[in-house]
Design a protein around this ligand. Structure first.
Ligand SMILES: [Zn+2]
Length: 153
């Protein structure tokens, strides 16, 4: 549980993003903006007949509905709350740090809601992500050095 600490330095959040598999990184920003293949957005861009959530039929399928409220996903949501050690109240809280972001991806994976668009959303172990991020960081530093060398010429 100490993985979820609101005081986590933002650097670690950065590392999580850098080390994420491409499909997970690709969904993060659109998810925050609501530009994801949920009914509300699909309806807006003419790709769905109705904005209503097909899982519960009770409300427009927005990002908050999908993540926070849809009764069809109560089970994976309570698993997420349990792992978070708190009820899931807000999207902002989920997006704030690496630990809660992992739980959010686990939720997305469990609901299988984006599977048809993005494929399997299971996340590799945190350790693998950190290692990938570190390697990526080294690569970027390498590039910087190369650039400096080029500039000096
Ligand atoms: Zn619903």
């Amino acid at each position: 549980m100490n993985e979820i600490d609101p005081k986590l330095p933002s650097k670690r959040y950065g590392i999580l993003i850098v080390g994420l598999p491409r499909r997970h990184a690709a969904i993060l920003f659109p998810l925050r903006m609501g530009f994801v293949p949920l009914r509300k957005h699909l309806h807006k861009i003419g790709r769905a007949d109705t904005p209503t959530c097909q899982a519960c039929g009770e409300a427009p399928e927005t990002v908050p509905h999908y993540i926070l409220y849809c009764p069809a996903f109560n089970h994976p949501r309570s698993a997420m709350s349990f792992e978070l050690g708190d009820n899931v109240h807000s999207l902002t809280a989920l997006f704030t740090n690496a630990g809660s972001l992992r739980l959010l991806f686990r939720y997305i994976h469990r609901t299988r809601r984006f599977e048809e668009h993005f494929g399997c959303m299971s996340l590799p172990p945190a350790k693998e992500i950190m290692e990938k991020a570190k390697k990526q960081g080294l690569k970027d530093k390498g590039k910087e050095k190369q650039q400096k060398r080029n500039e000096q010429r």
